[in-house]
Ligand binder design. Structure first.
Ligand code: 8YV
Length: 312
């Protein structure tokens, strides 16, 4: 009775690594749990979870001997931690190892958005550079004012990078931090009104749903650019699409969306949006570190040792 149920889309390398240490049973998604017979489900003591589909009470109740859900990712909003607590199931995640990559993507999207790098590349690739002359002038990024919503581990990495871009750094967090030279705002609407770039680095989940509200988006104004590397749920996406389409804000750089990967097709028509396919942590190095941390948590659980990065 020490089977590890591995749920989600893992690479062949990850699957081989999991198979070396554990006795895995692979499933594509939580919806496949119902297809397992009672005996197979009773064998499962740990779940290695990857993905963003909900894993809640209904799924947990299908696994009567489950003791651990080890999430592949820092954000564990897909997992109902209250339901896990009620069943004495431990949850772990993979914090810190991905901070650099996610921060890099946030800064990259700011540069791409301001400097129109996607459009400029397409324009050069068209072969008409000589005929059309210089690409149109665009927007300076260095020296802008930036607002970071959520100054957690990833938010700080973003702010540190932008400090090197000589930016005036403002932030919202639940409480003021020891950040000499950075300006704290307790009100996200006032933060949005004070900055050129608004970067969302909040945790996902119910508490932050539509935190970037219609009012916050309106406060950004016509020069405002929204960058989101957190979760699609943190932004009122209907309000964002309306503001982008009506050019009430200047643009956006988005790595995360509601209903991803089936994102709202209205985004495709917007030239002022840089779209990334939720690839913030998607480097070979970081995904290997995330997978290792997930395996280390599972190994600690099976050995009865302290979990490395426990959530509950
Ligand atoms: C995903 C992420 O986990 O860590 C997070 O919270 O959003 C990502 O790193 C990754 O895309 C795997 O699903």
């Amino acid at each position: 009775m020490t089977k590890t149920l591995v749920i989600g889309g893992y690479s062949d390398g990850d699957k081989a690594d999991l198979s070396r240490t554990f006795d895995p049973l692979f499933l594509a998604g939580p919806e496949d749990l119902a297809g397992l017979d009672d005996a197979a489900r009773a064998d499962v003591t740990a779940v290695a979870y990857k993905g963003h589909k909900p894993f809640g009470a209904a799924q947990m109740d299908l696994l009567p001997n489950l003791g651990l859900i080890a999430n592949y990712g820092v954000g564990y909003d897909a997992i109902d931690v209250d339901a896990a607590d009620a069943r004495q199931i431990k949850v772990t995640n993979t914090p810190d190892v991905l901070n650099d990559d996610v921060a890099d993507i946030a800064v990259g999207m700011m540069l791409c958005q301001g400097r129109e790098m996607m459009q400029a590349s397409a324009w050069a690739r068209s072969g008409n550079w000589a005929k059309n002359g210089e690409y149109r002038l665009n927007r300076k990024v260095t020296g802008s004012t930036v607002g970071i919503l959520g100054l957690g581990r990833i938010g700080r990495e973003i702010a540190n990078r932008l400090a090197a871009f000589k930016m005036d750094i403002h932030y919202y967090a639940r409480s003021e931090k020891d950040t000499p030279g950075w300006t704290y705002h307790s009100d996200p609407v006032k933060l949005a009104a004070a900055v050129d770039f608004l970067v969302v680095a909040l945790v996902g989940g119910k508490d932050t749903e539509k935190f970037v509200s219609r009012e916050v988006i309106a406060a950004m104004g016509p020069r405002g650019v929204l960058i989101n590397i957190s979760r699609g749920t943190t932004v009122d996406e209907a309000a964002l699409l309306e503001a982008l389409e009506a050019k009430k804000i200047a643009g956006a750089g988005l790595d995360v969306f509601l209903n991803e990967p089936d994102i709202d097709p209205r985004f495709y028509a917007l030239e002022n949006v840089v779209i990334q396919p939720h690839q913030g942590s998607g480097t070979v190095e970081t995904r290997a570190a995330m997978a290792q941390l997930q395996r280390d948590n599972i190994a600690a659980f099976h050995a009865g040792e302290a979990l490395l990065t426990a959530v509950n």
